[in-house]
Design a protein around this ligand. Structure first.
Ligand code: G3P
Length: 217
């Protein structure tokens, strides 16, 4: 599974990228607003930190302007992936950008049939928002499974990018359901390492080792 960070906090991205476990980054207009810096400057910096796919989202609503914005975003760096909303205009723009060799991450996906259309439009990634579905009493992880089955039925190579991740359980469920990637907020990513029994077991190992009076180096 590819692990992306869902963030524009370049300090946190840099720190977590140092683990060697970060394969890409996703952003969205809300995260750009949170950064409080010019969008293209933030995207360019993130592209320098992480060499994998970096999603940068168009803010247009008509396909003509989406295509223009998409080309400008793609020109920032070779690892930019253009993010477009799952609307009729978004899929028209997706198909055109895909034809021109620009990778598109179709975002704000909340149903399997939306994901089907995104694959037909040539999306490189589909972003089902599982946390927001759960927030509305739906089954976010279940959607991942439905999309996986549909894509496998027809041999679509669009990558399923589980998004709107709230917990480690969302990561687990997405991995079990066959998502290709998960985009994870840094705070949630930090919890993936943790388990109380790991801490307890390490404390015991080190305590027993200390009693030996030995050192390895
Ligand atoms: O950036 C895409 C998605 O992960 C954002 O989800 O629900 O945390 O705003 P959310």
């Amino acid at each position: 599974m590819q692990i992306f960070l869902d963030s524009t906090d370049t300090k946190q991205i840099r720190e977590l990228a140092a683990t060697g476990l970060v394969d890409g980054v996703t952003t969205n207009p809300s995260l750009i607003a949170k950064a409080g810096r010019p969008m293209l400057e933030v995207i360019a910096e993130i592209c320098d930190i992480v060499e994998g796919p970096i999603s940068a989202e168009s803010v247009a609503t008509d396909h003509k302007t989406m295509i223009e914005e998409g080309k400008k975003l793609a020109a920032v760096a070779s690892n930019v992936v253009v993010k477009l909303p799952l609307t009729k205009d978004g899929l028209i723009a997706c198909a055109e950008l895909a034809r021109e060799g620009i990778n598109v991450n179709v975002t704000l996906c909340f149903s399997a049939v939306q994901a089907l259309l995104a694959a037909k439009a040539g999306a490189a990634y589909i972003s089902p928002f599982i946390g927001r579905l759960d927030d509305h009493g739906a089954d976010g992880v279940g959607l991942i499974g439905d999309i996986r089955q549909i894509y496998d039925n027809y041999g679509y190579d669009t990558e399923i990018l589980a998004a709107s991740i709230r917990t480690a359980e969302h990561v687990r469920g997405s991995a079990l359901a066959g998502a290709d990637c998960a985009t994870i907020p840094p705070d949630v990513f930090a919890t993936l390492f943790k388990h109380p029994l790991t801490d307890k077991g390490l404390d015991q190992f080190l305590s027993d080792w200390a009693k030996t009076g030995q050192s390895i180096l």
